[in-house]
Design a protein around this ligand. Sequence first.
Ligand code: BT5
Length: 237
Amino acid sequence: MIGEEIEVLYEVDSTNEFLKRNYKSFHDGAIVVAIKQTAGKGRMGRTWYSPEGGLWYSVLFKPKVHIGLHVYTKVFSIAIVEVLKKLKVKAYIKWPNDIYYNGKKLAGILSEAVSVNDRVVAIIVGIGINVNNDIPDDLKDIAISLKDILKKKVKITYLLDAINKHAWNLLISYRNETENITKLWKKYLVPREGDRIKIKVDEQIVEGTVLKITEDTLYVDMGGKVIGVQSIHQIVE
Ligand code: BT5
């Protein structure tokens, strides 16, 4: 189960970093929740704004068989989107792993592996969701909170429990069929295969059709020539 063992911290630098330092003291499926993070992390060294009121937590897995980090990221993305659907919030997954609502980022996921002697000993999935927190002015154009969508506060413990239960069910059901996880992930993905998109190539904006999407590359057909896009920042619209 996810969250049977739970550690709640009032303040920590980052729940992912906390578990990286302390994974040996926790069991598979343990979660660490922070009321606030002082050095919340995004991908590639980016900062994750995490004041009181949001849901900031990490899940620890100690898998016997390594199924790939992207599977965990996809599972939690799907779980978040499907739990939000129950609250009548139509969120979607913006490639590769952001949770968006109406063009603004509502949640992010950061999955990391801890290796010892080239063997993965722990998987840490960090989840950040803007729930009842305010969004600072400099992020207002790109980020949104659940309370601003629903015009009321949401019970954080409900969300935490519902997401963990759902993610666990998905992991159990699809553990041996990760391609089905990818299929489900694609259902909520924007853009989708077949969509026309504009991308930046050598400082020029060009239009093409999305041929195929994987967790790290978006293949775009530019009329015969296929370009692999690896960063969301290359996508214009
Ligand atoms: C992510 O990174 O989206 C992954 C975020 C993971 C956060 C969780 S919280 C619990 C656990 N502990 C951690 O330390 N991290 C995980 P990325 O795709 O790199 O997005 C980062 C970018 O999102 C920043 O550069 C900002 O532009 C924007 N951003 C920062 N804080 C935000 C927020 N609270 N809501 C929406 N966007 C934000």
